[in-house]
Design a protein around this ligand. Structure first.
Ligand SMILES: NC(=O)c1ccc[n+]([C@@H]2O[C@H](COP(=O)([O-])OP(=O)(O)OC[C@H]3O[C@@H](n4cnc5c(N)ncnc54)[C@H](O)[C@@H]3O)[C@@H](O)[C@H]2O)c1
Ligand SMILES: [Zn+2]
Length: 366
């Protein structure tokens, strides 16, 4: 079944996942889900030259006019400056409340584009066409959209669901290998936190996944997004707890990104280190079996993901950066800890001493 539904009542939307879907399904997707007005196609300087022309032709083939807006590739584009520029470009292009936006790119373009669409003239409909593995297994679904504040990643954002998501795994052929690896971290995250069978599938399919075997990669994306869609349907705004589990690996991950300066480490790499950290804390505090930590770290190694701290990381700075984490309700340091592979829970009150010890243990050897 190439199509999933994110079930959110009147805001439910389909996620189409198929090798080649950009050629086969774009027109139908635009016709069914976007208004007849004109729109913006937001992309970045890497993805735009590869795919923007064919996507805009596809959209224009439906009788809609589209303005291509290109931001510089990279995390730095999730900024107030870029946001202001994009809003201005849309205004100058004459886009109004009847317009739409299509976000064509990785997680950066998706987060920025979703936020632009959610705020421009109090909100216009948008379509996600994720092009990185990270965006295809995770960020394009669920409606968390945001830009960064210099002091805190994703500080300024809203929940805004797209009208539809069109996933074409064949676009991953042009994704640089390091970005592919980074995206795998979010798939491993979903597997450890929610789906032991997915973990098995990633373990046994690691070789085929890295060779971009169409069936294996499409199945991986489908299963990861199916899990994510299930969690989002239960807990869209991260209020009842289910969605919190998707923050597994992200407390230390975000602290690494923040202390390294955004751009020093890829999001997925930071999450990989964060998952190893959470597993080691859980091993001490929550009975997570040491053999499972070894299995997780073995898989991260097989995928070329890091599981030790980078040499520049400073445990004290990381602890400091973890405190203002948005997940820390009323100041208590809160981590998502695995119970076993395929199941996790939010844990309160992990002693700072344990955190410090585990961070010290994770410093690079030699
Ligand atoms: N909203 C959410 O739920 C959510 C979840 C996870 C991550 N995120 C956010 O996602 C962002 C990271 O996303 P990302 O890793 O996709 O980063 P990204 O968007 O910067 O993409 C990574 C790099 O790959 C390039 N690229 C993307 N697709 C390509 C393709 N098909 N061919 C060639 N190059 C391509 C991009 O231009 C960029 O240089 C972070 O800002 C993170 O906070 C959001
Ligand atoms: Zn993430």
């Amino acid at each position: 079944m190439p199509e999933l539904m994110v079930r959110l009542g009147a805001r439910s939307y389909p996620v189409r996942i198929e090798w080649g879907s950009l050629d086969s399904d774009l027109t139908a997707c635009v016709e069914s889900h976007l208004p007849r007005g004109n729109g913006a196609l937001l992309t970045d300087t890497h993805v735009g030259p590869l795919y923007a022309e064919s996507v805009s032709k596809g959209i224009e083939g439906t009788g809609r006019k589209v303005h291509v807006l290109t931001v510089t590739a990279g995390e730095a584009s999730k900024s107030f400056e870029v946001l202001t520029r994009v809003w201005g470009d849309m205004l100058r292009a004459g886009l109004d409340r009847g317009s739409f936006l299509v976000a064509l790119g990785g997680g950066v373009v998706g987060d920025l584009g979703g936020f632009v669409a959610a705020t421009y003239m109090r909100g216009i409909p948008f379509l996600m066409i994720p092009t990185s593995l990270l965006a295809q297994v995770d960020s394009s679904v669920g409606g968390k959209v945001a830009v960064n504040h210099p002091l805190c990643k994703n500080l300024v954002g809203v929940f805004a669901q797209p009208r539809a998501v069109l996933v074409d795994p064949s676009l991953l052929k042009t994704l640089p290998p390091g970005e592919f690896v980074s995206g795998m971290a979010e798939a491993v995250k979903v597997a450890v936190a929610l789906d032991g069978g997915l973990f098995d599938a990633i373990e046994s399919g690691a070789g085929a996944i890295r060779k971009l075997d169409p069936d294996t990669v499409t199945a991986l994306i489908h299963r990861a997004l199916e899990r994510k869609a299930g969690v989002v349907a239960l807990d869209e705004k991260e209020e009842t707890g289910e969605r919190t589990l998707l923050n597994f690996g992200h407390t230390v991950g975000h602290a690494l990104e923040a202390t390294g300066g955004f751009g020093a480490i890829r999001h997925g790499e930071a999450v990989a280190v964060g998952m190893s950290f959470a597993a080691r804390v859980a091993q001490r505090n929550a009975g997570f079996p040491p053999a499972s930590t070894a299995r997780l770290e073995g898989l991260l190694r097989a995928l070329d993901l890091p599981f030790r701290l980078p040499s520049w990381a400073d445990p004290e700075a990381l602890i400091g950066a973890m405190r203002p984490d948005k997940k820390n309700l009323r100041g208590a340091l809160r981590l998502v800890l695995p119970l076993r592979i395929g199941s996790a829970e939010p844990a309160r009150d992990v002693p700072e001493e344990t955190i410090r010890e585990v961070l010290e243990e994770m410093k690079p050897k030699g």
